[in-house]
Write a protein that binds this ligand. Structure first.
Ligand code: PAF
Length: 277
């Protein structure tokens, strides 16, 4: 496994590789969700690159950039066990030097859900992902369904800017009790960890209601919200029933619909979603 720490070296390597590279962009502190992306990439590309970079420009000043969990040695060990070919670990100084002044911004799909609570977050994500795409030049890039708005925005960026990269969205990996895997789960105390299962319970309730013939999206939102409100440690940021393609809020369940949630459990903000097929 090659560990690459500079942009020049990564550029050089991606030029040499006449292979098709599969990129898994991450912020590290890897879990099974990331590894499912690595495994998908390994089966479909001649070499797999995992980037590890806690991207400062996607955190606002009041968010958890400093506290975000980091353990590079552990991540490298896990990636070696997964037979990863290349790990790209750039420095913040090289990615965003003091004179840095360019941004990539997708203006549709961002005016709601996460963006309403994390203004500027997606502009930070699309900018760093565009940079990683330019540096690594992958044929395919892998993102988790858990961050569905992020994945949809990146797809849109790739289409609008004619980037010749296939965006693969891979199903969410869950703990046995349904909690979606996330690096931020490590912040949860044991009581909060138990409370966090309420997200999956609310999503499965929505799916059951839809499968039972419910057509009114408002009823789903209401039932999900009242279930979450019964959990004293949970505070809702949003409960959405949205069109799976446009992420616009639905009123009638006559299209492919997604239930999407952001809920704070104590100080930890968790997101999750489920297709209501
Ligand atoms: O999903 C993440 O971990 C990050 O938003 C990403 C895509 C690696 C960009 O920093």
């Amino acid at each position: 496994m090659k560990i690459i720490r500079t942009i020049a070296e990564m550029n050089q390597l991606s030029k040499q590789e006449n292979a098709s590279l599969g990129l898994v962009p991450t912020m590290g502190y890897l879990h099974e969700g990331h590894l499912s992306l690595v495994r998908e990439a390994r089966g479909a590309n001649t070499a797999v690159v995992v980037s590890i970079f806690v991207n400062p420009i996607q955190f606002s000043p009041d968010e958890d950039f400093d506290a975000y969990p980091r353990d590079l040695n552990r991540d490298l060990k896990i990636l070696a066990e997964e037979r990863t070919d290349i790990v790209f670990v750039p420095s913040a100084e090289e990615m965003f030097p003091r004179e840095y002044a360019s941004w990539v911004e997708v203006t549709s799909l961002i005016n709601r859900l996460e963006e309403a609570f994390r203004p500027g977050h997606f502009r930070g994500v699309t900018t760093v992902v565009a940079k990683l795409f330019n540096i690594i030049r992958p044929a395919k890039a892998y993102f988790g369904q858990k961050d569905i708005q992020q994945a949809s925005i990146i797809k849109k960026m790739v289409a609008d800017l004619n980037m010749n990269i296939e965006i693969m969205i891979i199903p969410t990996v869950r703990e046995d009790d349904g909690l979606a895997m996330s690096s931020r789960n490590s912040y949860l105390s044991p009581a909060e960890r138990r409370a966090a299962t309420v997200l999956f319970k609310a999503l499965t309730l929505a799916r059951k209601m839809k499968q039972g013939g419910e057509q009114d999206a408002n009823n789903l939102r209401q039932q999900m919200s009242s279930l979450i409100q019964k959990e004293p440690l949970a505070h809702i940021d949003y409960v959405s029933i949205a069109d799976a393609d446009t992420l616009e809020e639905l009123f009638l369940l006559d299209k492919n619909a997604l239930a999407i949630l952001a809920v704070r459990i104590g100080k930890t903000r968790l997101i999750d979603n489920m297709l209501l097929e």
